[in-house]
Design a protein around this ligand. Sequence first.
Ligand code: C2E
Ligand code: MG
Ligand code: MG
Ligand code: MG
Length: 292
Amino acid sequence: AAKTEERNAFRFYTPLMHADTRQRLQLATELRQALARNEFHLVFQPSIELRTGRIVAVEALLRWQHPERGEVLPAEFIPVAEGLGLIRRIDEWVMQATCAQIQAWDLAGVPPIRVAVNISARWFGHPAFVDGVSRTLQSRQLSAQRLLLEITESAMLQLGDATERTMRTLHALGIAVAIDDFGTGYSSMAYLKLPAVAYLKIDRSFVTGLPGDTNDAAITEAMLAMSRSLGLITIAEGIETEAQHDFLLRAGCMEGQGYLYSYPLKPDEIQHLLCPNQPPVPARLRLVPPKR
Ligand code: C2E
Ligand code: MG
Ligand code: MG
Ligand code: MG
């Protein structure tokens, strides 16, 4: 069906077409070739234990190095990939590349940390999902504890009955799940008690307003209280200021990610930060933004 749609789309393509639409079609064509042409790579953003500043995890984030346009961010191409039915193959590539990277860090003597991978609803809901993940882990001789699967609250909303079964199987395998972008998805809190769900990520939209915005502060505190009583680990996203850090630390949030500590980094930069032979990692890593 996707093929037919694509053909039709090109049949109606004319120079009179709005530039945006033309650009999207172009993007779609190029996205189909991106995997084969090896244009994807991963960057990794550290997750910090707020109390100590220690790096306890990294999150794999996908980047597309476009031959002419340079680096394209997921917000631009993930929705297109979803529309084209390409997202599963891309997610599988990300999983394989992440496990290969973990193995490479292990071989280089980098201390083992948790590595989070973002999963689309399309793949998470697929019957072959759990098997695919565990086979990728096995092929790299990695234990399930090394991986954290991030699934957004809104993606959970699209998933039906398969969710609970998938979570049960993941739990049995020892693979943990984080609910990403929590608070933005209009979803049921029932997701938080599913097996395998062990982490909750507070969306950046709430963190941005801290500490001044009293609504954001109240919502954040409520999420932290709920998370704590459910025995979940809370990770705050998008921490950019000392004041946000201080608020979250005092409110009992355990972990955080954000530009205050580190931008997403290349694998060798992560290795440099984590390698025991390097000088100790400072509590706060104020790094120079990557060149754009
Ligand atoms: P996310 O999983 O919630 O990832 C966090 C996003 O916030 C990342 O954007 C990260 O670079 C950005 N970020 C981190 N700290 C800060 C901060 O302090 N301030 C601001 N303004 N932004 C911050 P990125 O890499 O552009 O990814 C955007 C979204 O795309 C991700 O949101 C995730 O939902 C999706 N995504 C990324 N990689 C993948 C992937 O491999 N597969 C799938 N299915 N989705 C992915
Ligand atoms: Mg994420
Ligand atoms: Mg998120
Ligand atoms: Mg987010």
